[in-house]
Design a protein around this ligand. Structure first.
Ligand code: ADP
Length: 536
């Protein structure tokens, strides 16, 4: 019995705390006012319940049962009023509300007669358990059963129409309603002499908790804050009761001072916890925003890579056809071509080669970004790769009127482990750049072996007398889209991808690439170093 009496006290504290919590947020809000009334009725019922089960005298018990019944009369009514207000249908239900309030007033009038609560006497392990009067039956059927069912139906009906944010709120209201009234209903069996004790009474604490949560969910509400507030309210309630029940003035002064102190520090504590939670929520909000932005960026980036990859593949096929026919025309396979047409064809061939290089850089970029750049390593003679590239680009240098030298100081033709196509791309990019960015003078390509870090390396050195590179530009030369202002002026068509791809490929071959330049207009020298196969 004592534990059930305690449930009354706990329910009362819960109801009062949440009522105050909600009304304190905004006491002008109609929904908050109705919520407060509902929790007040619940607290009235709960504290009277506690008093009743703590009574040892018939009259006192009867008095508290009648008091608690007034509370329990108004809980479903305020609950209904609150719900129709939240659902925005309180105007349409105005007449019904008026009838219900009139009905409640009627019952209230008879609440201290035996028409409502007939009497109390011993049932099960309870000294004084009530029996219903005629009006109580009406209350039970019309208010407790019918009205609560109707409220729940309204909630369920409105659920599919609500926005997803409000759905969460409705869900908690439904949950609170269900547990609260189900728990409370376990009291009725004994009223009608069915020997089931009111064990569900503790569930009623969930009623203000879940409903309060629903109200405050979108604002500052957090388990930590509620726990702090509940604890502090409990201490306040405890000290207040001690203060009121104090035996003498000395005790009362001590309890009173303690109460004032605890109220003061309690408020400070609640405020600091609130502030902390607020800051954390702001941080969480920002983090969420950042995450969303990041996801978007990733998607955009993937879409861009996908686009580059598709566009690259689509461009490559027609380019191969152009290159094929142009070389056939130049070789005379398709009949004799006039000298003038031949000259133009050479220009077409050069442009087509530039385009092929650009497309392959783009494709490499998209593969690098997608982590899909694959190599087929085999033993190859690097000298041959360089010689091939040199043969291909030499005419370009000649047509620009610049000198071209190739010297190979690697007579042993030692093999390296490499992907032939990729390594060809590296050489092509660098030699092509040297010619591209040189207007007069010469380009020289040199291949030597060297010993470094007790390993043997092949070094390819590509030196030109072209535009050169400013010292401050050198460190970023191998990054994506890096182009110097001078290069942009001379060749507006470049993209700044070649060197980025070169670096990636060379490094994936265990090698190194770097550039040196004495300054603007003084030419540049690119070095590629690759480890020789047998020393690997
Ligand atoms: P692109 O040639 O399309 O601009 P690259 O990645 O091949 O792209 O080169 C990037 C930049 O490096 C060039 O724009 C230029 O500024 C600089 N660069 C490359 N090679 C040379 C060179 N031989 N002489 C001077 N600058 C160069």
């Amino acid at each position: 019995m004592e534990i059930i009496a305690l449930s009354g006290f706990v329910n009362g504290i819960f109801a009062l705390s949440f009522g105050i919590l909600v009304i304190a947020k905004n006491f002008r809000d109609r929904a908050n006012q109705l919520f407060f009334l509902m929790t007040l009725a619940t607290a009235w019922w709960a504290f009277s319940y506690w008093q009743w089960l703590s009574s040892y005298q018939h009259n006192a018990a009867l008095f508290w049962v009648r008091m608690l019944s007034i509370g329990s009369l108004f809980i479903p009514i305020f609950h209904f009023h609150w719900i129709v207000h939240l659902l925005g249908v309180s105007k349409r239900k105005g007449l019904l509300l008026a009838i219900i309030y009139l009905f409640a007033l009627g019952i209230l009038f008879f609440s201290f007669t035996n028409l409502f609560v007939a009497d109390v006497y011993q049932k099960l392990f309870f000294l004084f358990w009530p029996s219903p009067g005629a009006l109580y039956n009406l209350y039970l059927v019309l208010i407790y059963l019918a009205l609560v069912t109707y409220s729940s139906i309204l909630l369920v009906q409105h659920y599919p129409l609500a926005s997803s944010e409000n759905r969460g709120q409705l869900f908690y209201i439904l949950l609170g309603t269900f547990f609260g009234f189900l728990g409370g209903a376990t009291n009725f069996f004994l009223w009608y002499d069915i020997p089931i004790p009111p064990y569900g009474n503790f569930l009623v604490a969930l009623f203000p908790f879940l409903l309060g949560y629903a109200v405050l969910r979108h604002k500052l509400f957090n388990v930590k804050v509620v726990a702090t507030e509940l604890l502090i309210f409990a201490v306040w309630a405890f000290l207040l009761i001690r203060f009121i029940l104090a035996d003498n003035w000395q005790e009362r002064i001590v309890d009173g001072s303690l109460l004032i102190l605890v109220i003061f520090f309690g408020i400070l504590l609640i405020r600091s916890v609130l502030r902390e939670v607020q800051q954390r929520e702001e941080l969480e909000f920002l983090t969420r925003q950042l995450k969303i932005a990041n996801e978007e960026l990733k998607k955009l980036d993937a879409a861009k890579s996908e686009f580059i990859s598709i566009a690259g593949h689509q461009l490559r096929a027609p380019l191969t056809v152009i290159k094929g026919y142009v070389s056939m025309l130049l070789e005379g396979t398709l009949g004799k071509v006039s000298e003038l047409a031949g000259e133009s064809m050479k220009k077409v061939a050069i442009s087509a080669n530039q385009l092929v290089k650009l497309v392959s850089d783009l494709l490499d970029l998209s593969r690098i970004e997608a982590g899909r750049l694959r190599y087929e390593f085999k033993d190859i003679v690097f000298d041959d790769v360089v010689a091939e590239v040199v043969a291909e680009v030499e005419p370009m240098a000649k047509s620009k009127g610049i000198g071209f030298l190739f010297s190979n100081h690697n007579p042993l033709r030692r093999p390296i482990k490499a992907d032939p196509d990729k390594i060809r791309e590296v050489v092509m990019n660098l030699v092509d750049n040297a010619i591209k960015y040189t207007s007069e003078g010469r380009v020289s390509v040199e291949l030597v072996t060297e010993r470094k870090d007790s390993r043997e390396w092949l070094q390819l050195k590509i030196q030109d007398t072209g535009i050169g590179i400013k010292a401050e530009d050198i460190p970023k030369m191998f990054t994506k889209f890096a182009r110097t202002d001078e290069a942009k002026k001379l060749r507006p068509d470049g993209m700044g991808l070649g060197l980025y791809v070169v670096k990636k490929i060379v490094e994936d071959h265990g090698g190194e690439v770097r550039v040196e330049s004495p300054g603007l207009g003084k030419g540049s020298t690119f070095f590629v170093e690759l480890p020789l196969a047998d020393t690997k």
